[in-house]
Design a protein around this ligand. Structure first.
Ligand code: NAD
Ligand code: UDP
Length: 339
């Protein structure tokens, strides 16, 4: 196995933390989900080192965490090796929105494969527990509905979504191999579409697109005829699921679905957001992207049974706080939404 190489520590604060406290590395911590995870870890007394290359993440997501003495930030691309002594690693680093992960597909693939390899080597070296943010995209355009973890999926290896889907599938394989071959303590969550505050206005995923379009009075862009389905999980529920998996008394080394089984068509989502925002926007139809999955809903039996987890936030309630977040962004003088 390659020995991890060193990178410079960002701050003196980080160097002093390293000697005494339990250290958790969050790769991709400046992103939507990563920033919520960092916040929860800090609130619970962990020392957090966020590693991010800022490709889709934002300093704005972390600003409120900079007051914690136990928080440090390292600007780094996980495709390059790193050496930080840590006790736990969460790997959330990867662009998650189709327009972002398709903008540089080779780097997306490298992030999932080489990035995961680098973090797994770090975990092996420091005997750290390591968590992988995998995805419902490993099921592709599923022929089994809802999707249990035992379903192997229906994924195109040769198309615009493949860099993400196959990258994440390869990462799961690397996690499996490091567990089998080196005894690394792994956790893998398969995340289904999650939304909430701190998504970027230009993220490109459906919930943020529709809310921003509705608030700006722009056309709501439904791709295809809007009959495809997704199951939307609110971010707080997801982070609780991460926690239960990472710290469950009995180690679960196999992938676990975390998502909200409520299933909606994209057309229904558009109607609900237009109604909740009181927008005068009209719905327009654009071509369905290549390989866009027709349906998606998690089977969460394993999470319910093994973790006692299930979602608690209904779509209407989660949308309410997400709309309020984007409204606040809109009111900011520097807000991008009013452009
Ligand atoms: P996001 O784009 O907001 O966050 C990704 C973060 O990773 C960003 O801060 C980005 O700058 C960083 N990053 C990307 N490539 C990197 C690299 N090579 N090195 C270092 N940092 C890098 O997306 P998100 O929604 O917060 O997703 C977080 C993770 O969860 C991703 O791995 C994603 O695949 C996974 N996931 C998310 C969802 C969802 O619905 N939000 C669903 C399935 C899986
Ligand atoms: N979608 C849409 N309009 C948009 C963005 C997305 O109709 O402005 C559709 C997209 O084609 C897909 C669904 O919404 O069928 C969810 O897309 P998203 O990118 O949020 O997630 P994913 O496709 O990765 O599940």
């Amino acid at each position: 196995m390659r020995a991890p190489v060193s990178i410079a520590f960002q701050s003196a604060k980080l160097q002093s933390d390293l000697s005494s406290q339990r250290r958790v590395l969050v790769a991709g911590g400046a992103g939507f989900l990563g920033s919520h995870l960092c916040e929860r870890l800090l609130q619970d007394g962990h020392s957090v080192i966020c590693v991010d290359n800022f490709s889709t993440g934002r300093l704005e997501n972390l600003r409120h965490l900079l007051n914690y003495d136990t928080f440090s930030f390292v600007r780094h691309d996980i495709v390059e090796r790193l050496d930080l002594p840590v006790n736990e690693i969460y790997n959330l680093a990867c662009p998650a929105s189709p327009p972002h992960y398709q903008a540089d597909p080779v780097h997306t693939m490298k992030t999932s494969v080489i990035g995961s390899l680098n973090l797994l080597e770090l975990a092996a070296h420091y005997q750290a527990r390591i968590f992988q943010a995998s995805t419902s995209e490993v099921y592709g355009d599923p022929h089994v509905h809802p999707q249990p973890e035992s379903y192997w999926g229906n994924v195109n290896s040769f198309g615009p979504r493949s860099c993400y889907d196959e990258g994440k599938r390869s990462a799961e394989t690397l996690f499996y191999d490091f567990h089998q071959q080196y005894g690394v303590d792994i956790r893998i969550v398969r995340i289904f579409n999650t939304y909430g505050p701190r998504m970027r206005p230009d993220d490109g995923r459906v919930v943020s697109n529709f809310i921003v379009q509705a608030l700006k009075g722009e056309d709501i862009t439904v791709y295809g005829d809007g009959s495809q389905t997704r199951s939307f999980c609110y971010v707080d529920d997801l982070i609780e699921g991460f926690y239960r998996l990472m710290y469950s008394p009995q180690a679960i080394h196999t992938p676990v679905n975390i998502g909200n089984p409520g299933e909606f068509t994209v057309g229904e989502l558009a109607e609900q957001i237009v109604g909740m925002t009181g927008s005068s926007s009209k719905v327009v139809y654009h071509p369905l992207p290549v390989d866009d999955p027709r349906q998606r809903r998690p089977d969460i039996t394993v999470a319910q049974r093994e973790l006692g987890w299930e979602p608690t936030v209904a779509l209407a309630d989660g949308l309410k706080s997400t709309i309020a977040y984007f409204e606040r962004q809109l009111r900011k003088p520097s807000g991008k939404l009013a452009e």
